[in-house]
Design a protein around this ligand. Structure first.
Ligand SMILES: *Cc1c(COP(=O)(O)O)cnc(C)c1O
Length: 429
């Protein structure tokens, strides 16, 4: 790992890491474990389930059971950010509102829900409940069958909400193993939906180990494995084709002279990694993705900068892994995502917890959009882009591109926040 980055990481100082080992995506994609066809397969599966989703969750009926979020220009927020944060890239600024995805109110509505659907399809096909060509609405009659099965997951909060809500809707016994970072309101919401919540005084890693152990001991239990799941990753990756359509509708061009810069909050890596993979399939080297992590939990930056993947954790750097950004409180990155991103991700940033409420208020006051603190990490990549002290040929090349680019902040959660929590975080309680 480069000395400067290592010192910054250890000191929990905000920093920027630029990937010096980017390969042309057209070549790299041939070497990657997952392919474009895998995303297409996921997309078709989501389409098969869409009529059923529309029935189970009437709020999705207007989109015919497709779970998708708006893409909004946030020019007023950009202007205010310019006053507070100094020089910003010139191009337009948009917000991808996965904070407002139906059902789960976070980016986890992509990967988490997809994985529950895939498991359900496999189970239903294996037991002859579904045959090819059947309408999936039929599954609504099999609640008693699914009630014999368990779905379990370890979570800092939002993954638990997406898996828990979706599993409970089918009739499964849903069990969510929550780390100490998980917010009380998320546990309460899950219990109200009939989900069993097990709490651990330890971090996310421990919740996953315990959850997996209990699930593996039970042949009728399925464990959603955030660190290794290809299904979660592919569910997220479908975002690429979806946002392509929205960009076309809004007549925003992405090409050699009009690059796209995307900033994504990162925990274990699945959500931002899957989305990056989906975007790269659409726009290749014209899209530049950056992850943003808390200064105390920069597991993916450590994995990439050290080239050790999941062989390094933030505690190895003397960090606590503790952060107010509960969705990002992960100490060790996913090896699968590390391998998928090594030569694909342009860079990563870290952010101090203290800055997140400020970004949250700014967005709320200028655009009347409310997202949770974790989700606000995306702002930091954008505001810090032109201010990194580092200067290498690669960095300077990126800076030049950033100037003329369209920028997207990927908002990852928040719409299920209870009113009193929202007001408290906004300082308006
Ligand atoms: C889970 C989550 C992320 C990051 O997803 P990972 O797959 O853990 O990297 C980002 N923001 C929020 C709000 C989340 O809940």
């Amino acid at each position: 790992m480069n000395d400067g980055i290592q010192e910054d990481l250890k000191a929990a100082r905000e920093t920027c890491w630029i990937n010096e080992q980017m390969y042309p995506f057209s070549e790299e994609k041939e070497r990657l474990l997952l392919k474009r066809e895998d995303i297409e397969d996921a997309s078709k599966r989501l389409a098969r389930f869409a009529p059923l989703i529309a029935k189970l969750f009437p709020e999705t009926a207007k989109d015919h059971g497709m779970i998708e979020s708006p893409l909004r220009e946030i020019a007023a927020a950009k202007e205010e950010l310019g006053k507070k944060c100094g020089e910003l890239p010139k191009g337009r600024l948009l917000l991808k509102c996965d904070s407002h995805l139906a059902i789960a109110g976070s980016v986890k509505a992509r990967g988490g829900i997809y994985e529950v659907l895939k498991h359900t399809e496999e189970l239903a096909l294996a037991y002859g409940i579904l045959k090819e060509g059947d309408s999936y609405e039929k599954l609504l009659e099999y609640r008693d069958f699914f009630a014999e099965y368990k779905v379990q997951v370890g979570s800092t909060g939002n993954l638990g909400m997406s898996i828990g809500i979706m599993s409970a809707a089918f009739g499964y016994q849903a069990i969510v193993h929550m780390s100490a970072d998980a917010k009380e309101w998320k546990k309460k919401l899950l219990r109200a939906r009939g989900v069993t919540v097990k709490e651990y005084a330890d971090d996310y890693g421990r919740a996953v180990i315990e959850g997996r152990k209990l699930s593996d001991a039970d042949p009728k239990s399925y464990f959603v494995d955030d660190e290794h799941s290809k299904d979660l990753f592919l569910g997220y990756a479908v975002a690429g084709e979806r946002i392509k359509k929205q960009m076309e509708e809004q007549q925003i061009t992405v090409d050699e002279t009009h690059p796209l810069f995307v900033y994504l909050p990162c925990g274990v890596g699945g959500a931002p990694g899957g989305i990056t993979f989906g975007l790269k399939q659409i726009w290749g080297d014209f899209v530049h993705c950056f992850f943003v992590e808390p200064v105390q939990a920069p597991c993916m930056m450590a994995a990439l900068a050290s080239e050790k993947g999941s062989g390094i954790c933030v505690q190895d750097l003397g960090l606590t892994g503790k952060t107010e950004a509960d969705g990002l409180a992960v100490g060790r990155a996913s090896q699968l995502v590390y391998e998928m991103m090594r030569h694909v991700l342009d860079g990563a940033f870290t952010v101090e917890d203290e800055k997140l409420p400020g970004y949250m208020r700014l967005l709320n006051d200028t655009e009347q959009i409310c997202i949770e603190p974790s989700s606000c990490a995306a702002f930091e990549g954008y505001t810090a882009m032109l201010h990194s002290p580092e200067s290498t040929a690669r960095y300077d090349e990126i800076m030049k591109k950033a100037e003329g680019a369209t920028h997207i902040l990927w908002a990852t959660g928040g719409s299920l926040m209870p009113e009193e929590i929202r007001l408290e975080l906004l300082g308006k309680a």
